[in-house]
Ligand binder design. Structure first.
Ligand code: SF4
Ligand SMILES: [Zn+2]
Length: 129
């Protein structure tokens, strides 16, 4: 079995929920901050939205963040990435995702209150592996 297949098998509801939350956050950010950019990358498989399209830049960050979650060393026992003491992101992507969270964090409360609430609770969990 490949490492990717092994990681996918390990993936439980906690990781899947964070993947969906992060995907929504990036979509909110892209819609708000990159209004003029061409949106040609669909993330429709990950989230439910009428037009789940991202610009190239946001799509690269989306793919990166999903991959980090797939291979997260804490798996189902993780806290949110924002609260993680390890933070496995490379410096540039880390800065980008911080910007996304800063912009999308409060907006998520109105657009996806349940996901935002769960994210808040997940953030109170401490990493253990
Ligand atoms: S930042 Fe921390 S919690 Fe998020 S994927 Fe990386 S190791 Fe896991
Ligand atoms: Zn964008």
């Amino acid at each position: 079995m490949t490492s990717k297949a092994r990681a996918a098998r390990r993936e439980g509801p906690r990781i899947r929920r964070e993947k969906v939350t992060v995907a929504h956050m990036i979509l909110v950010y892209c819609r708000g901050m990159h209004q003029e950019a061409e949106k040609r990358n669909s993330i429709g498989g990950e989230i439910q939205s009428s037009r789940p399209l991202l610009c190239d830049e946001c799509y690269a960050l989306y793919e990166y963040s999903q991959k980090r979650l797939t291979y997260c060393r804490f798996g189902e026992e993780k806290t949110t990435c924002a609260n993680c003491p390890v933070h496995c992101y490379a410096p540039q992507e880390r800065e980008e995702i911080k910007q996304v969270m800063r912009y999308a964090g409060a907006r998520m409360l109105f657009k996806h209150p349940w996901l935002a609430f769960r994210h808040l609770l997940d953030g109170r969990h401490r990493n253990s592996s």
